[in-house]
Design a protein around this ligand. Structure first.
Ligand SMILES: *Cc1c(COP(=O)(O)O)cnc(C)c1O
Length: 231
């Protein structure tokens, strides 16, 4: 078989991440490659775990619950990222399973997470999702409401935020969206930027991304029945 293996693709992406960071005069430990394993079965994920990778992303709480408790038991140091929309009735399950939640975007979620954090004593790292393209079908707070929502998360709900996340519109050049996210983060004193996917992570790293979310470039293409990113 001449097709590249998942581990070969992982190494290739790691190399491209390192090159992009050096070109941006950034040290190579300033960005995390989140391997997005949604739709892929546990045996595919194990290959990447066995290769030493530890940061993974899933977009559905229920799917992740089916795969990750066993994998987390077998491999120490896993860092699991929720990158898909969260419903408030799943907040408890999300807090129990995920180390990082990228999709805080409304009052109900902020309040539910605050309650679950108090109850459980578990403190996931949190990102606010911003709908930089103001797309009606996409999750995330609108850019003009971001400052107020960030203040609400902090002051009303007592949440500690790490950063912001965005998914640029599929048909737009991504860099203006990455730059806008960076601006909103800077003026709110946030250091984390979750931006960049398989097709645009190098541009995102150039504009300061700290967490790139790369799925298909590592695991291969997903079945076409899969909803597009960021529904
Ligand atoms: C699926 C998904 C990704 C990964 O997309 P690829 O194009 O496969 O790299 C990144 N972010 C989010 C929010 C996603 O849902």
């Amino acid at each position: 078989m001449s097709e590249k293996s998942v581990v070969e693709r992982l190494r290739e992406i790691e190399g491209r991440v390192e090159t992009a960071l050096r070109r941006a005069s950034r040290s190579t430990d300033t960005a995390t490659l989140v391997a997005v394993s949604k739709t892929f079965p546990a045996q595919d994920i194990e290959v990447v775990l066995a290769a030493g990778h530890r940061a993974f992303g899933e977009n559905r709480v229920q799917e992740a619950q089916g795969k990750w408790p066993a994998l987390k038991q077998r491999y120490a140091g896993v860092e699991l990222h929720l990158i898909g929309p969260l419903q408030s009735n799943k907040a408890g399950e999300a807090v129990a399973l995920f180390d990082v939640i990228h999709t805080v975007d409304r009052t109900r979620i902020a309040a539910a997470l605050a309650g679950e954090i108090r109850r459980s004593g578990l403190v996931p790292r949190l990102f606010v999702q911003v709908n930089t393209g103001a797309e009606p079908q996409k999750a995330g707070v609108l850019p003009e409401n971001a400052d107020a929502f960030i203040a609400e998360c902090r002051n009303t709900h007592g949440l500690v935020l790490e950063g912001l996340m965005c998914i640029p519109p599929a048909d737009d050049p991504p860099s203006p969206h990455f730059a806008l996210l960076g601006e909103i983060a800077r003026r709110n004193g946030l250091t984390g930027l979750s931006m960049g996917m398989s097709g645009d992570f190098e541009a995102a790293l150039h504009l300061g991304s700290t967490h790139i979310r790369v799925g298909s470039a590592i695991f291969g293409s997903r079945p076409s029945a899969t909803p597009a990113a960021g529904q």
